[in-house]
Design a protein around this ligand. Structure first.
Ligand SMILES: CC(=O)N[C@H]1[C@@H](OP(=O)(O)OP(=O)(O)OC[C@H]2O[C@@H](n3ccc(=O)[nH]c3=O)[C@H](O)[C@@H]2O)O[C@H](CO)[C@@H](O)[C@@H]1O
Ligand SMILES: C=C(OP(=O)(O)O)C(=O)O
Length: 428
């Protein structure tokens, strides 16, 4: 196991290139199961979630070849191999094997997913959708069993706006007989990206990116080539890092419109940002103002940027209130930030941050992916060295983060943990 060490106080300068979107990638790979020939996906991020999903595709009989950032996935010999345990528990998005395998084989056995623990993360809306399409769904000892004689299009109203349920239902419905309408659908850019891949495969989908998606099922889907969108959460994280500790940082390969809720808040804080077509240029602001933030479903402020932004707000003048309406308990980073001298109270689903404090390097633990990002933001600003364990969470979603930050001038490196540190980490 490794830990990350960050020596704070070094100014960031230069250019960073954003990788392909994790939350697209983790749906695009399972979507390839639905094709009858090779699917080529370009621009994938080098993250452990992509690696884990590639192994899972191979476990069910697929062939996966990697050429730099491109994967060639041949699904022709895949079977409805049950995946009740093992790698499916390592990430959240293994739930997309449910929709994709149900669509192709009309059956699937998939263990309940892992991923970041952000409080309860039910999948009742996914199951509601599969049942509406005609599947029988049971939960047996932590694995979901899905079976259908045939899938039939249906009208499905999501009681909760869910990214995962919207994509999962789309994956099954593209091969159902007749028309499916998903109402109160999530509208994230990643949903449009998955719909674009499915459409290139021959699916008939209208309305992805709005809250009503209409799908006309087809008999077969063919192989195709697809280029992934850039990761708006990774881009947002580097923008926050630049606001925290940057002099002049160019963030390349972004779709600025995908980042509007963050950019609006950063401007309110007084961070000078120039927007190009595919780039953001972040300058150093003289002082940072406090702001209040409420996470909301897209196009509102994304919950995945709440944790990194909270770290930045420790530097702004005054008091900021950050409320997470998507995951009311997504505050595991707060105790760790407090170890670094941050003054933050959690009240219900809000964090109240007293700004203008000097952070001090400390030994901290990343309990989940964005908590890890938040601790790196804090570490970049802190006096002295911050030691971050739980790096495997960070590696699920940030490609080459040490190299990218070193290139910007940060002093950040990895070290192997001693046996004693590993034991302490496992018991904490
Ligand atoms: C792999 C992936 O894309 N992960 C993202 C996805 O997670 P994920 O798709 O799991 O998140 P959802 O959009 O489904 O969850 C949104 C809210 O709906 C609730 N809910 C969800 C499904 C369900 O069946 N029942 C239910 O009650 C959740 O508990 C949560 O409060 O969207 C989240 C919200 O933007 C992001 O934080 C994650 O980074
Ligand atoms: C919560 C996240 O990921 P996942 O849904 O894969 O756990 C995230 O990307 O912040």
């Amino acid at each position: 196991m490794q830990k990350l060490l960050v020596e704070g106080g070094h100014l960031l300068n230069g250019e960073v290139r954003i990788s392909g979107a994790k939350n697209s990638a983790v749906a695009l790979l399972p979507a390839a199961i639905l094709a009858d020939s090779k699917v080529i996906i370009e621009g994938l991020p080098e993250i452990s979630d992509v690696e884990t999903l590639s192994y899972l595709l191979e476990e069910i009989g697929g062939t996966v070849e990697k050429h730099e950032h491109t994967l060639h996935i041949d699904p022709s010999n895949m079977t409805a191999m049950p995946l009740p345990n093992g790698r499916v528990k390592k990430l959240r998005a293994s739930y997309y094997f449910m929709g994709a395998m149900l669509g192709r084989f009309k059956e699937a056995v998939i263990g309940l997913p892992g991923g970041c623990y952000l409080g309860p993360r039910p999948i009742d809306q996914h199951i509601k959708g599969f049942e509406a399409l005609g599947a029988t769904v049971t939960n047996e000892q932590g694995a979901i069993y899905l079976r259908a004689n045939e899938l039939k299009g249906a009208r499905i109203y999501l009681d909760v706006v869910s990214v995962g349920a919207t994509i999962n239902i789309m994956l099954a419905a593209v091969k159902a007989k007749g028309k499916t309408i998903i109402e109160n659908a999530a509208r994230e850019p990643e949903i449009i990206d998955v719909a674009t891949l499915l459409t290139s495969m021959g699916a008939r989908i209208k309305g992805a990116g709005t809250d009503v998606i209409r799908i006309e099922g087809v008999e077969t889907l063919k192989g195709c080539m697809h280029t992934i969108i850039p990761d708006r959460i990774e881009a947002g994280t580097y923008t926050i890092m630049a606001a925290a500790q940057g002099e002049e940082v160019l963030i390349d390969n972004v779709i600025p419109q995908h980042l509007e809720p963050l950019l609006a808040k950063l401007r309110e804080m007084g961070v000078p940002i120039e927007e190009g077509e595919e780039q953001l240029l972040v300058h150093r602001g003289s002082k940072l103002n406090s702001v209040d933030i409420k996470t909301l479903v897209h196009p509102g402020f994304p919950t995945d940027l709440q944790q990194p932004l909270t770290a930045l707000l420790t530097r702004s003048e005054g008091t900021s209130v950050v409320t997470d309406t998507i995951y009311s308990a997504r505050f595991k980073h707060i105790d760790e930030l407090r170890r670094m001298n941050a003054q933050i109270k959690v009240e219900g689903s809000s964090a109240i941050i007293t700004g203008s404090v000097e952070l001090e390097g400390a030994k901290v633990k990343a309990s989940d992916l964005r908590a890890g990002a938040s601790l790196i933001v804090a570490g970049l600003m802190a006096n002295g060295v911050t030691e971050i364990t739980g790096v495997e969470h960070i590696d699920r979603g940030y490609a080459n983060i040490t190299d990218k930050l070193r290139q910007l001038g940060a002093n950040i490196w990895r070290e192997n943990m001693t046996e004693q540190e590993v034991k302490q980490f496992q018991n904490s």
